[in-house]
Design a protein around this ligand. Structure first.
Ligand code: NAD
Length: 451
């Protein structure tokens, strides 16, 4: 192959192993820029759906991009890892779940790396392997690298490349985030790997290239944990202040957050009090880094407190309902919102589930509604609750409404709707989507409002 051809290929063909949330969004965005993309997953049903241009997850813009990519044959997917051979760069985007003790489970990373390496053993050209999954420091060099070298019979840094390149996209805005990241982190041991990946991103982003920060793989891996730990801690911090506000008449946490947010050292973002963080990453990643630190002989007290505060936040929501209703036994409670945030059907680690569990323990009768997450909730709850077709039917005859997700359609509800539909207009606004002044003729309680 001429150097001209190989240079062109380096910037125009990638493969993704693990077509879950991150892999699928990454694949869709690469293909949207005309880059030939191969997607591999062990899940046959997932691959079947993607090959028809259908998204197995709900994410704004994703399905439209997949349809175009598949139709234009820019995205081809299969269950065969050997298909990565056609590309020059493979992104590893398999899941890194928690073990029962909270430490990181690298089973998928090990297996996928072995499969990638076996393919690379047959390949003559240089190929870069990029670890995009969130992994604890030392994984790329200490686990991926030896497996890659053993099964490919090639030396990393010479015949094959290796880099860590954590992903920062957020569910609900994943496509926008992938197209407009605030930074790119490249962890590489050698210049060739670093330059190969940098060139790929330069070709991809062109004039919109974000800052590229280059470091050793261990540092790149830790950037991702530091980022998630900081964001989770910011949430637990404001929820702590919210709990203090709730016990201080006349004080509203939103005013406190706005005021402190003016200080540039603090900043206004991620200071919204609520029912506690959820989603597939914060809890999992905090647990992983807490365990990693412990293994290294350090007790990450702050991060343990962040997690404990988050776990306890569900109790704060339930206490607000109790404040209005007294005992919760036999009371019909309408849960509005199940997904961990709006615009997704993801209920992993969602605060709604923690609140539902507590209400269920206290004998409440629960009816829940979510525009997208009902199916996933039905699959995950070990007991039966009622599900409503829409927010209005959820409210019908309820003793209390608890707003758990900030869906836009809930924001359109008015006091008169709650009054007309519910047995008593008792509202617990765990997301603070309403103004207390809009509910002057109801019993309205919100997270962080001192009454
Ligand atoms: P996911 O569980 O949605 O997807 C992982 C996919 O990998 C699954 O479809 C699974 O079938 C597939 N897989 C497992 N083993 C495989 C193998 N050997 N070959 C091919 N495919 C295989 O996970 P996700 O949410 O996309 O997360 C992936 C990684 O990215 C994790 O480390 C996660 O922490 C990180 N991350 C996730 C997000 C997010 O918002 N979801 C954001 C940033 C980083």
């Amino acid at each position: 192959m001429s150097s001209r051809t190989s240079k062109k290929k380096a910037s125009s063909s990638v493969s993704i192993v693990g077509m879950g949330y991150v892999g699928l969004c990454t694949a869709a965005t690469f293909a949207s820029r005309g880059i030939t993309t191969r997607g591999v997953d062990v899940d046959q049903e997932r691959i079947r759906q993607i090959s028809q241009g259908r998204a197995p997850i709900h994410e704004p813009r994703l399905e439209g991009m997949l349809k175009v990519a598949v139709k234009r044959k820019l995205l081809k997917v299969s269950t065969e890892t050997s298909d990565i051979a056609d590309s020059t760069t493979t992104f590893l985007t398999v899941g890194t779940p928690s073990r029962t003790d909270g430490s990181i489970d690298l089973t998928f990373v090990r297996l996928a790396t072995e499969q990638i390496a076996k393919t690379l053993a047959q390949k003559e050209d240089y190929h870069l392997v990029v670890v995009k999954s969130t992994v604890v420091p030392g994984t790329t060099n200490g686990i991926v690298r030896p497996i890659l070298e053993a099964y490919s019979h090639k030396k990393a840094g010479q015949e094959i490349g290796l880099a860590a390149n954590p992903e920062f996209l957020k569910e609900g805005t994943a496509i926008d985030d992938a197209l407009n990241p605030d930074k790119i982190i490249i962890g590489a041991n050698d210049e060739k790997s670093r330059d190969h990946l940098t060139r790929l991103y330069k070709d991809f982003y062109r004039r919109k290239l974000p800052p590229i920060l280059v470091m050793v793989p261990e540092a790149a891996e830790l950037v991702k944990y530091a980022s998630n730990a900081f964001l989770a801690t910011k949430i637990s911090f404001i929820n702590t202040i919210a709990s203090v506000c709730q016990r201080t008449p006349g004080v509203d946490v939103n005013q406190i957050a706005e005021a402190i947010g003016h200080d540039p050292r603090i900043g206004p973002l991620f200071l919204k009090a609520g029912p506690g963080y959820g989603g597939s990453c914060f809890h999992k990643d905090l647990q992983a880094i807490i365990h990693y630190a412990k293994e290294k002989g350090f007790d990450a007290v702050l991060l343990r407190a962040t997690e404990e505060t988050n776990e306890n936040q569900a109790e704060q929501v339930v206490e607000l309902a109790q404040k209005i209703l007294g005992t919760l036994g036999q009371k019909r409670i309408a849960i509005l919102g199940l997904s961990f945030k709006k615009d997704t059907d993801d209920i992993r680690e969602a605060a709604s589930i923690r609140v539902i569990n507590k209400l269920h323990e206290k004998g409440a009768e629960i009816v829940a509604y979510d525009p997208m997450a009902v199916r996933n909730t039905k699959k995950s709850l070990p007991y039966r609750i009622d599900f409503a077709q829409d927010s209005r039917s959820a409210l019908e005859g309820a003793d209390c409404a608890v707003i758990m997700t900030e869906w836009d359609e809930f924001k359109r509800l008015r006091e008169k709707d709650f009054k007309a539909l519910m047995r008593n207009a008792n509202i617990v606004d765990a997301r603070r989507i309403f103004q207390p002044s809009d509910f002057e003729h109801s019993n309205y309680q919100g997270i962080g409002i001192g009454t």
